[in-house]
Design a binder for this molecule. Structure first.
Ligand code: KIV
Ligand code: ZN
Length: 513
């Protein structure tokens, strides 16, 4: 009988630590609902002590998303544990996730504590957490670089104090598959607690080995894997959920393990995460990249036509890529539109529904066919955004090979409409310069670090999704906007970044490592 692997998704916590990938409360809830549809077992919804916004998002997800375990990250301080518990306690099956570093490197330079002190901290913090719940996960940060014998001591202390899941992270993505597998086996054998705990692994992808390392850990006794959608996360990211799950699914012959994942939801979830975080999925990305099922060479095409399995080890259908997209058009009524929203997992209040329906009608006038991806983009623009301080009212841009690119922009700020005109080397530059003239936040102190345009669907009438990243000091802020006119989409994206910057100033995030 194939053994069941627990899928622990940390897109909302470690994934959000990707530079510039921060999500707001509404976006987090939307993603949590989709993760529930994907049937992950555990969602790590955030790090509540980091900011009021994170706390509220975790609490909301715990309350609203009932079909799985919701957990929150916490350091070993009592205040962190209290805050994390406060956030998850309304959940259907809440878990506390406590971590402390255990490698000598971290002890000496970061924590400035002795091994003995760290063992005491583990004992105290896990015992303290067990007043709240018996569902406690303990992570030995930098576990893969920790002296194995001390790691055993740390894990014993955590188990003795009440931890029921033990996670061994490869925090800096340093381990090799055999080495990490061996480490999991060693700790399991030394601690002898298989009947009391679930062994877990959390890998980073600095050497591109996160999936291989996680599979090796599973083969050596790990029964929980910590993953993110599209592999996003701190630095080079984490183990990618879709790659790990499809590897187990495709190679059952050598790895007799199952997961509860609804694989047909994989593609849709990947697109949603990409749209929300603005982190574009590379075309050659395994499982969910645009080329993952595209066959270019004639020999391959011929082979696939004769027998699909000659060049395909999974089918697009397995990951939900073939899902027939029901098309809406300008004659579709409010009911058909509302039904589609429900299918996509959105229940909107009448006011929001009116806003989105109006945008849908405008879009349907310009574009022949409106598909699910378009609707998701409208919702992302209209409903999931943080409350706007700056609203785009009007934009007109003149450009061409014989014209000086000129933009005229009107922005509403606190009920007042301000209009200005400006020039630039191109239409986007003119637009951003004009916005900067109206909103002074970015003059001199902001850098535009990246700008990209992607077509949401195919065809020349597709909506463009623009993603910008601006940097102010050490902060990188993401902005997104979509429209069938890419200059308007660019203006919306830039304003979204400025709105987020303004929001961040009012709701600061504490740094925690
Ligand atoms: O990478 C890491 O070690 C972590 C822990 C907090 C689990 O993210
Ligand atoms: Zn991590």
């Amino acid at each position: 009988m194939a053994e069941r692997i627990i899928v622990f998704d940390t897109t909302l916590r470690d994934g959000e630590q990707s530079p510039g990938a921060s999500m707001n409360k509404a976006e987090k809830l939307r993603l949590a609902r989709q993760l529930e549809k994907l049937k992950v077992d555990v969602i790590e919804a955030g790090f509540p002590v980091a900011s009021q916004g994170d706390f509220e998002a975790v609490a909301l997800i715990a309350k609203e998303v009932r079909g799985l375990t919701v957990t929150a990250l916490s350091r070993t301080e009592k205040t962190d544990i209290d805050r994390a518990w406060e956030a998850v306690k309304e959940g259907a099956n809440p878990r506390l996730h406590i971590f402390i570093a255990t490698s000598d490197l971290h002890l000496k330079y970061k924590l400035k504590k002795s091994r003995k002190e760290v063992l005491e901290i583990i004992n105290k913090s896990v015992s303290y957490a067990s007043r709240y719940t018996s569902n406690i996960e303990f992570s030995a940060e930098d576990g893969s670089r920790t002296d194995p014998n001390f790691l055993v001591q740390a894990v014993r202390a955590a188990v003795k104090a009440g931890a029921t899941t033990i996670n061994i992270p490869d925090t800096v993505g340093y381990a090799l598959p055999e080495e990490l597998g061996e480490r999991i086996r060693f700790v399991r054998e030394q601690v002898e607690a298989d009947d009391r705990v679930v062994w877990s692994v959390h890998c980073h992808n600095d050497l591109g080995l996160a999936v291989a390392n996680s599979l090796s850990a599973i083969q050596n006794g790990a029964r929980q894997v910590e993953v993110t959608i599209n592999g996003i996360g701190e630095r080079a990211g984490n183990t990618s959920l879709e790659e790990l799950v499809m590897a187990l699914h495709t190679r059952k012959d050598l790895m007799p393990f199952t997961t509860g994942i609804e694989t047909k939801q994989i593609y849709h979830t990947s697109r949603l995460v990409s749209r929300i975080t603005g982190l574009v999925v590379p075309a050659n990305k395994a499982v969910v990249g645009a080329n993952a099922f595209a066959h270019e060479s004639g020999i391959h095409q011929d082979g696939v036509l004769k027998k699909r399995t000659t060049y395909e080890i999974m089918t697009p259908k397995d990951v939900g890529l073939d899902q027939s997209v029901l098309v809406l058009g300008k004659h579709s009524g409010r009911h058909a539109f509302q039904d589609r929203l429900k299918e996509l997992g959105y229940v909107l209040n009448p006011e929001d529904l009116k806003k989105v329906f109006e945008r849908f009608k405008e879009l349907a006038d310009k574009k022949k066919e409106v598909v699910n991806e378009d609707i998701e983009a409208l919702i992302a623009d209209e409903i999931l955004m943080i409350p706007d301080t700056y609203k785009l009212v009007y934009i007109s841009v003149i450009s061409g090979n014989m014209a000086v690119p000129t933009a005229t922009v009107q922005i509403e700020i606190n009920g007042e409409i301000i209009q200005k005109a400006g020039f630039g080397v191109g239409p986007i530059d003119a637009t951003f310069n004009t916005i900067n003239k109206i909103i002074k936040t970015c003059t001199k102190v902001c850098n535009l670090v990246s700008f990209s345009v992607n077509a949401i669907t195919g065809g020349t009438d597709a909506q463009g999704q623009v993603t910008v990243r601006i940097q102010q000091g050490s902060k990188v802020i993401l902005g997104k906007g979509s429209d069938s006119d890419i200059i308007t989409a660019s203006a919306k994206a830039y304003l979204n970044a400025l709105n987020r910057l303004d929001y961040l100033k009012k709701n600061p995030i504490k740094s925690w490592s």
